[in-house]
Write a protein that binds this ligand. Structure first.
Ligand code: B1M
Length: 211
């Protein structure tokens, strides 16, 4: 369909206004909402994710496309419930205690949102208890923690321990990331997954929810 191609192209170029306009047009023409979402918006965002991983596009392009994705999703969102479309999963995300870096965390958050995950963003310098309380309140499938400082990585371990102590550990999947974090570290603290960048975080989140 030509309109889906145009949506994909506009999203790839990061043109929010055009994405929103074409998404509305597709809706008005009676196109199936799931088709607009999957074949228009999501498929283009997946291409961006792959290109980002291959260093063919960079952070500014990813952010601009993610913003355009939001513009399209915002048009569709009021129709989701009516059409029985549920988020892929619910993610609570934050930069751990002692750490104020949020650029990478925000990119991960935007990419997840753009891939149809429901996001609860706890922000920066998030105390262990805040993650735990979020999981306690229910409706969380994935806890996603970001750390940019070697000195704040320990807070990831503390959060996982606290989730264990509260009997909540097995209710959620846990993904960690950020520049100093490695797969080895993730394994050592008992996380379920590690992602080196935002696109990999999306793949990891999808993979973990299948388990
Ligand atoms: Co800070 N800082 N900083 N800093 N800062 C670093 C991280 C540092 C490496 C600089 C350096 O010394 N070379 C160093 C850390 C050293 C270390 O511990 N190994 C450092 C330091 C020391 C500090 C302070 C202590 C400096 C001081 O005050 N003496 C201080 C700490 C404050 C605190 O947090 N308590 C500090 C402060 C700051 C600013 C506030 C000035 C600012 C942050 C602004 C903000 O975030 N709003 C800042 C910045 C900007 C940086 C650098 C320059 C850039 C970080 C960044 O945004 N990168 C950084 C040096 C560098 O990296 N070149 C540095 C871009 C971003 C897109 O990448 O965050 O890695 P990144 O995210 C990637 C991946 O890591 C991954 O996906 C993202 C996108 O692909 N990812 C995840 C991230 N989170 C993920 C979560 C996932 C999965 C993937 O799953 C949940």
């Amino acid at each position: 369909m030509e309109i889906l191609n145009s949506i994909r192209e506009a999203l790839f170029k990061g043109n929010s206004a055009t994405v929103a306009k074409l998404t509305q047009q597709a809706l008005d023409e009676g196109m199936d909402i799931k088709r607009i979402l999957d074949e228009g918006l999501v498929s283009s965002m997946e291409v961006i994710g792959k290109k980002f991983k291959n260093n063919e596009v960079f952070i500014p392009e990813v952010l601009i496309s993610a913003k355009a994705m939001h513009a399209g999703v915002a048009v569709l969102e009021p129709h989701f419930v009516k059409h029985g479309i549920k988020p892929l999963g619910r993610v609570v995300i934050g930069t751990v205690k002692g750490d104020l870096h949020d650029i990478g965390k925000n990119i991960v958050s935007m990419m997840l949102k753009g891939s149809c995950f429901a996001i609860q963003d706890l922000g920066i310098d998030v105390p262990v208890e805040k993650f735990v309380d979020s999981v306690k309140s229910g409706n969380v499938d994935i806890v996603a923690m970001s750390s940019l400082l070697t000195t704040s990585m320990g807070a990831m371990k503390e959060t996982i321990k606290s989730l264990k102590d509260s009997g909540l550990r097995d209710k959620v999947k846990i993904i960690v990331g950020g520049a100093p974090v490695t797969q080895e570290f993730a394994d050592s603290i008992g996380a379920d997954g590690y992602a080196k960048d935002a696109a990999t975080a999306v793949d990891k989140a999808k993979e973990l929810l299948k388990k």
